[in-house]
Design a protein around this ligand. Structure first.
Ligand code: MG
Ligand code: MG
Length: 266
């Protein structure tokens, strides 16, 4: 069942999505070599609860933490652990919040210290593909138009691996609602987009093969060739001209500018 949201509901989703981004921004200020994921996760949970939210991922199908932290060859669903980050690590932080009955979901991939040019380009192009997808989220288009825009930019132009097993999704009163929003597909195919449809678009793009595997912890998805993967996500609503972001990466980008150890990729 596809639910179109009222403007009141969209505002509540926006509040949740902004809290998600403010939480990622908060932990981005702490993201230095030497700190570990558990410390970030602890701070994230405090921050969310201090702002009257509930961490959406904690307990979701049994996931043990408030953040998914996926490092280097890990694609998504990494469990925060006590391993210190080090210079050169590529760290994807995915967060979800439930507040006032509605979910928000967003993710950002950071680079600590110096990274090779090819990795910097992967991050930049993945982020670009997210916004190209959002441009296609307009009423009258189809899901496939979003999917195609992302695949064409990343796989078509740069020959990166577009993960098939994991996709974006509708969001609202549930963290994951229909429809699925794949990062690969054909123009003009799939569900027709209507104003008020709220979705999360989240390209997961690999430097090498698109093939992924699940690690022994039962959660973490990682690239089969152990090459770097990038992941960015926005919650947005379909509008007449293009998608309107409900999550907002500005607070995250501000934290990055203030944390000189993080490489600015946008
Ligand atoms: Mg997410
Ligand atoms: Mg999501």
């Amino acid at each position: 069942m596809i639910y179109l949201k009222t403007e009141e509901e969209i505002e509540l989703i926006r509040q949740s999505a902004v809290l998600v981004c403010d939480t990622i921004a908060e932990v981005a200020t702490m993201l230095h070599s030497g700190i570990n994921g558990l410390a970030l996760d602890k701070r994230a949970e405090e921050f969310i609860r201090d702002h009257q939210g509930v961490p959406a991922f904690k307990g979701f199908h049994g996931f043990p933490a408030s953040l998914c932290i996926s490092k280097n060859e890990e694609v998504v669903h990494g469990i925060p652990n006590d391993q210190p980050f080090k210079s050169g690590d590529v760290v994807s932080i995915d967060c979800g919040v439930l507040k006032n009955g509605f979910y928000g979901d967003s993710a950002y991939t950071f680079a600590i210290g110096e990274i090779p040019d090819e990795v910097r380009q992967l991050l930049k192009v993945t982020l670009e593909s997210l916004y190209l997808g959002i441009e296609q989220a307009r009423a009258g288009n189809r899901i496939g138009d979003i999917s195609y825009a992302i695949q064409e930019h990343t796989e078509g132009k740069y020959h990166y691996g577009v993960v098939r097993e994991l996709v974006g999704h509708g969001i609202g009163r549930q963290l994951h609602e229909p429809p699925e929003v794949p990062n690969y597909g054909k123009r003009g195919r799939g569900l027709i987009l209507k104003e008020g449809l709220v979705i999360a678009i989240e390209p997961m793009i690999n430097l090498g093969t698109r093939r992924v595997k699940q690690l022994k912890d039962g959660w973490t998805m990682a690239t089969q060739d152990k090459k770097i993967s990038a992941h960015f996500e926005h919650t947005l609503v379909v509008r007449k001209e293009k998608g309107e972001c409900l999550s907002d990466h500005k607070s995250i980008e501000k934290s990055m500018k203030n944390n000189t150890e993080l490489t600015i990729i946008a």
